[in-house]
Design a protein around this ligand. Structure first.
Ligand code: DOR
Ligand code: ZN
Length: 344
């Protein structure tokens, strides 16, 4: 197959940052995706509807002229979030989810939730108002091995959340393990998940074999090959509980290539090419459109896009630099890629 035309996809999990970084990276997502769920882990975090409105305006100004890209905003949940803020978010018309970061679990998660039960009254209100909960599903517990933190979060917290709030829509973000796939698969239609291109294509050897490769470091960290296979099987299954979320998360190059490198893969410039590669490897290109363009929109109860994008089986080189003025290194910089995408 030389080319494949699909409905324009959306990115259901994206870090756009703010300021100069936002202005450097926004165009990559806008080039391919119609909409994106924009993560709220800025400094300071987007904890109120007013902050989300201001951030949305900043994003719209940073987009290329005539970009049809729509940012879908989220709120950063804290133990101090007033219930009135949840109500205002649900009524806002531009906030589509509330993100739960376990305190300290990842980049800018220090203001997150240390005691999950303490936010149950907020989850109850979200359930009542049908405002989705988006979860970074990892415990931040020094006693738990880094590679087990997703599995343990599911056992300690997610099982209880879905039991207590059976009508709450939940997105378990960036799955990385077989256990997470099994959990999502076993739930009703209110529980869905996103999958990143790096977790579909790479296992933890990519991070560590032959040397430490900081551009493969993200959280939750890459896992063993058997987990990658489970994620890919879920992505190509045609089950609408599994959809596209790049988790593109740019950091300045020197902050990744450091003695203590930041977590996050800046994959926006190559994400669609990588998803196509993963689906092709699985012999399931016919399942890509549902995963990339339909299931997320359906879950968030938004119309599917009408524009089309064409994926070409054509060698190209991943960009080596994200921006002429800002040193941010794209995921797989300079590597040969097999698929290229262009809006029809
Ligand atoms: O790798 C990651 N980077 N995982 C996250 O959860 C956050 C993200 C970021 O904001 O850099
Ligand atoms: Zn993320």
């Amino acid at each position: 197959m030389d080319s494949l035309s699909i409905t324009q996809p959306d990115d259901w999990h994206l870090h756009l940052r703010s300021g100069v970084m936002l202005r450097a990276v926004a165009r990559y997502s806008a080039q391919y995706f119609g909409r994106a769920i924009v993560m709220p882990n800025l400094q300071p975090p987007v904890t109120s509807v007013a902050l989300a409105a201001a951030y949305r305006r900043e994003i719209l100004q940073a987009l290329p002229p005539d970009s049809g890209f729509t940012p879908l905003m989220t709120l950063y949940l804290t133990q101090a979030t007033p219930v009135t803020e949840i109500q205002a978010a649900a009524a806002s018309g531009f906030i589509f989810g509330v993100k739960l970061y376990p305190a300290g679990a990842t980049t800018n998660a220090e203001h997150g939730v240390a005691d999950v039960r303490a936010v149950y009254p907020l989850l109850a209100e979200m359930q009542r108002l049908d405002l989705p909960l988006l979860v970074h599903a990892e415990v931040n517990d020094a006693a738990v091995d880094v590679f087990d933190r997703e599995k343990v979060f599911i056992e300690r917290h997610l099982q209880a959340i879905v039991r207590e709030f059976p009508d709450l829509r939940v997105v378990v973000e960036h799955l990385t393990t077989q256990e997470a796939v099994d959990f999502v698969w076993a739930q009703g239609p209110k529980v869905a998940s996103t999958l990143t291109p790096q977790h579909l294509l790479f296992n933890r050897n990519a991070l560590l074999a032959g040397g430490v490769r900081p551009h493969f470091y993200c959280l939750p960290v890459l896992k063993r090959e058997r987990h990658r296979q489970a994620l890919l099987a879920a992505a190509v299954s045609g089950n609408p509980k599994f959809f596209l979320g790049t988790d593109s998360a740019p950091h300045l190059t020197h902050l990744k290539q450091s003695a203590c490198g930041c977590a996050g893969c800046f994959n926006a410039p190559v994400a669609l090419a990588l998803y196509a590669q993963a689906f092709e490897q699985a012999g399931a290109l016919d399942k890509l459109e549902g995963f990339a363009s339909f299931y997320g929109a359906d879950f968030y109860r938004l119309p599917r896009n009408s524009a089309k994008i064409r994926l070409y089986k054509q060698d190209w080189q991943a960009p080596t630099a994200g921006d002429p003025d800002l040193d941010v290194t794209p995921f797989l910089a300079g590597e040969a890629l097999a698929w290229q995408a262009r809006l029809d």
